[in-house]
Design a protein around this ligand. Structure first.
Ligand SMILES: [Zn+2]
Length: 135
């Protein structure tokens, strides 16, 4: 679980720092046909915890896609990197993003960052020749 325990950070007076998680994203985040995640995503960021218990994170996500090239259908793999920037407030009705009971669940923010970074196609490389049609 990707969680930040705000109560614990307050007790330990760790108002800023960095964190890293390995995360297995749901395949439903991928809209490219015949493509899946090749292993867990790497999530890393710096955080800052403010006096009102709101918390900001700035960092990156990286993951690898594998499957069939969207143009020529050969086996292909591609590494993707994206930005992860999010702001959390300690109230349940805050859209981007709220939390309750002193614990932040990062799943929604990370899933949205993965979706934002997702390429539209998977490519086997710059020299992809596409499908060749005869006749
Ligand atoms: Zn190709």
């Amino acid at each position: 679980m990707m969680r930040i325990d705000v109560r614990k950070l307050n007790v330990q007076k760790k108002y800023s720092g960095s964190m890293e998680f390995d995360y297995s994203p749901p395949e439903s985040l991928i809209e490219i046909p015949f493509v899946k995640f090749a292993g867990p995503a790497k999530v890393s960021f710096e955080y800052e915890l403010f006096e009102d218990d709101s918390l900001e994170i700035r960092g990156s996500i990286s993951y690898r896609l594998e499957g069939q090239c969207s143009r020529c259908l050969k086996d292909a793999a591609q590494s993707v990197e994206g930005e992860l920037n999010a702001y959390f407030e300690p109230r349940p009705d805050f859209e981007d993003y709220g939390y309750t009971n002193g614990v932040i669940d990062l799943t929604k923010a990370v899933n949205e960052a993965i979706m934002a970074s997702m390429p539209f196609v998977l490519s086997c490389g710059e020299d992809c020749e596409g499908l060749s049609y005869n006749g």
